[in-house]
Design a protein around this ligand. Structure first.
Ligand SMILES: Nc1nc2c(ncn2[C@@H]2O[C@H](COP(=O)(O)OP(=O)(O)OP(=O)(O)O)[C@@H](O)[C@H]2O)c(=O)[nH]1
Ligand SMILES: [Mg+2]
Length: 371
């Protein structure tokens, strides 16, 4: 038998054991170590497999990318067809969409790529419904838009759990745990009174990742799971929001109640919509734009007027250097400084370094040597 098959068999065993172990206080440590074993083996497998070989790739274009995720029949394709220039097949039965279909949404001067994905279902993380491929698509996006049928709002919780199992954490921060590997000296834990797992559990988890000498600094309370997440390099953190669809089939009070419940339980923004009745679709676009945290930057030639008709769209918090890079690598390489007007500076035409962080609406003149 090949090594890969052995690893994969072992993984299945561990996953089965994890699935049948009851979650409670007494089993927490055991589960933490099991998760560490699973994550370490998964890391080993993916490292061997490399980054290639995953189906339906869509080329990332535009200023940002949003993926539509939801159970079959929730209305993802209907939504893509109505808010973008593309068309994705719509039908009254499940599993209509079998591959990723991209479309482009123009909003607020930005080109937002929206990707319609096949329905994701319970069990996606173990391969049902092509979960792994869907996950690989989700990994390249900037925002997840959960599309949920108002008749089945609880599906969102299932989706969040499934994504969690796939190493995709929605609307969560990376735990602040620093792990510095050393050549010797064993394990040193700095917790500063914070609530963290017992030392022998931390040791077992680290050992699963072949770490025997390290300084582990906890900057927050942390669980076994948090530690495993930090160690599994594959874990990714992504922002999410919810489109609660088909509100034409419910009464307004019901829509409000369900929206509030979803937002308080998930921490995500919820927009109640109906694709069929075209309700709140403009609002949804605005919220997508806002949740992507994009900003508009206007360029001004050294001796000319700013061009307000064609803003540059960048991620919030981007630097002058990033702006230069989005124009041309040559400009970025030869950038000296910039002159800025707007919210990020205190004076008119303030001279700033390439590391300066811009703010929405800033007007920027890049000064670079022409090579
Ligand atoms: N009443 C109502 N029906 C809707 C709405 N949006 C979509 N539908 C219907 O729901 C059904 C499924 O829509 P699709 O857009 O194909 O759903 P999907 O999420 O892409 O489904 P899969 O590709 O199978 O995952 C179709 O019959 C649509 O006409 C809505 O706002 N209200
Ligand atoms: Mg579809």
């Amino acid at each position: 038998m090949q090594e890969k098959e052995v690893v994969s068999g072992k993984l299945d065993e561990l996953k089965a054991e994890y699935a049948k172990t009851k979650h409670n206080k007494a089993t927490n440590k055991h589960l933490g170590i099991l998760r560490a074993k699973i994550a370490a083996l998964t890391k080993q497998m993916t490292a061997k497999r490399g980054k290639k070989g995953i189906g339906f790739a869509v080329k990332k274009t535009g200023d940002a990318t949003v993926a539509l995720v939801g159970f079959p029949n929730a209305g993802k394709s209907s939504l893509l067809t109505s808010i973008t220039n593309a068309e994705s097949k719509v039908a009254a039965y499940a599993f209509t969409t079998l591959e990723a279909v991209p479309g482009m949404l123009s909003y607020g001067g930005a080109q937002i790529q929206v990707i319609d994905l096949p329905g994701l279902i319970e069990g996606a993380h173990i391969g049902k419904g092509g979960g792994a491929q869907i996950a690989s698509m989700i990994r390249v996006t900037d925002l997840l838009l959960f599309v949920v049928d108002i008749a089945r709002p609880e599906n969102v919780y299932t989706l969040i759990d499934e994504l969690d199992e796939l190493g995709i954490k929605v609307n969560r921060q990376r735990p602040e745990i620093k792990i510095e590997e050393k050549r010797g000296g064993g394990l040193l834990i700095e917790a500063n009174g914070r609530k963290v797992p017992e030392t022998h559990v931390i040791r077992s988890i680290l050992n699963e990742f072949d770490i025997f000498n390290a300084v582990v600094i906890f900057k927050q309370d942390a669980t076994e799971d948090d530690l495993v997440d930090v160690l599994s390099e594959n874990t990714m953190y992504i922002r999410g929001m919810i489109a609660l669809n088909k509100i034409d089939t419910a009464n307004p009070a019901q829509a409000t109640k369900v929206s509030n419940e979803l937002s308080s339980r998930t921490g995500m923004e919820v927009v109640a919509i109906s694709v069929s009745a075209e309700t709140n679709l403009e609002l949804l676009k605005e919220r997508i734009f806002r949740n992507l945290k994009l900003m508009k930057i206007y360029l001004k030639p050294k001796d000319g007027q700013p061009d307000f008709s064609k803003p540059m769209i960048l991620q919030s918090g981007s630097t002058v250097q990033a702006l230069a890079k989005s124009l041309h690598t040559k400009i970025a390489d030869n950038l000296k400084y910039a002159l800025v007007n707007g919210k990020s500076v205190r004076f008119e035409n303030q001279r700033v370094s390439p590391e300066h962080r811009l703010q929405d609406g800033d007007v920027v003149t890049l000064i670079y040597t022409k090579a």
